[in-house]
Design a binder for this molecule. Structure first.
Ligand code: NAP
Length: 290
């Protein structure tokens, strides 16, 4: 932990709830390592902000010159109109997870996209089909990530037709040219045989409901042998979904790397230097093992 002195500056994460966030553990480990032998002097705190206090919290953060902060549920969309500037990426995603202070006010961006894409660069995705399970906030970053990777055919699977239609329409106004097709869960078996990437963005399978999976074994058996199954959940590792995919020898990716890489991208934005990603990953893993 960094020694807190009179010059120490503040970073943090806002959310409600925020007590389960792994971000303080990851960021303080990196900040402590970076501060050794340098003049870098920051701490990172969890900041519980109820939804009806968001605007007042932001004004307070400006008053105390908070350097920057992460944004988690339920503020990722609500904070957008309160910021003075949004990056094109945040506008494209329609959600902000990283904010920093400038002389003109707060700037918001989205590092979830970079975090999601980080484990996917080993192969080419041009012309492939991606199937995204769920149509919530994380699915928006995944859609942008899949589009940036070059996936030709992006399907989003949901359970509520109205929300699915709204999700699809929202991309028609997007600055990115993203074409998203939407469908309900009962049509999955038609999509899976030609799918190269499946991404679970629902909380199905997350601790403590560890024995459930968004795809059952018959559905997983429909995927081609070259398919990659990616679950944004990082507790447990692996989820039931990934265990079934592994038993079919499919390539699997869990949500830890996305978590670490979105955090690393945020920290790099705030402190403008290379950050020790390994230290952040180790700190998150150690904390999860407790
Ligand atoms: P969210 O906005 O609440 O969206 C969740 C989505 O899952 C919604 O579309 C919801 O459908 C769907 N869903 C929930 N329960 C379902 C069920 N029983 N059956 C079918 N669909 C269901 O949440 P989020 O922010 O996108 O986060 C989703 C997951 O991603 C969480 O597990 C979160 O921890 C994880 N995540 C991980 C990272 C990372 O860095 N690894 C980052 C962000 C999120 P409806 O719209 O119909 O309700």
């Amino acid at each position: 932990m960094t020694e807190i002195v009179g010059t120490t500056r503040l970073l943090g994460v806002i959310g409600d709830p925020v007590e389960h966030s792994l971000s303080p553990v990851m960021h303080n480990a990196a900040l402590a390592a970076l501060s050794a032998g340098s003049n870098l002097d920051f701490v990172y705190l969890p900041l519980l902000v109820p939804p009806d206090q968001l605007a007042i919290a932001l004004a307070g953060f400006a008053a105390i010159r908070l350097h920057g902060f992460n944004v988690t549920i339920p503020h990722k969309q609500a904070i957008m109109p309160l910021l003075q500037q949004l990056t094109p990426l945040a506008q494209a995603v329609g959600a902000v997870n990283t904010v920093w202070a400038t002389s003109e006010g707060w700037v918001g961006t989205n590092t979830d996209v970079a975090g999601f894409m980080a484990p996917l660069y080993q192969q080419s995705w041009a012309g492939t089909r991606a199937v995204i399970l769920g149509n919530g906030g994380a699915a928006r970053a995944v859609v942008v990530g899949c589009a940036k990777l070059g996936c030709a055919d992006i399907w989003v699977v949901g359970r509520d037709r109205t929300r699915l239609q709204q999700f699809q329409q929202s991309w028609q106004e997007s600055p990115l040219s993203v074409t998203v097709q939407v469908t309900t869960w009962d049509n999955l078996s038609e999509l899976l045989p030609d799918t190269t990437l499946v991404v679970n963005t629902t909380p199905i399978g997350m601790f403590p409901q560890v024995n459930v999976s968004p795809l059952d074994e018959p559905n997983i058996s429909l995927l081609p042998a070259t398919a990659v199954v990616y679950d944004l959940i990082y507790n447990p590792r692996p989820t039931q979904l990934l265990q079934w995919a592994q038993s079919r020898n499919l390539t699997t990716i869990d949500g830890l790397e996305m978590l670490v890489q979105q955090g690393a991208a945020a920290l790099e934005q705030w402190i403008k230097r290379q950050v020790p990603v390994d230290i952040m990953r180790r700190a998150a893993l150690q904390h999860l093992a407790h």
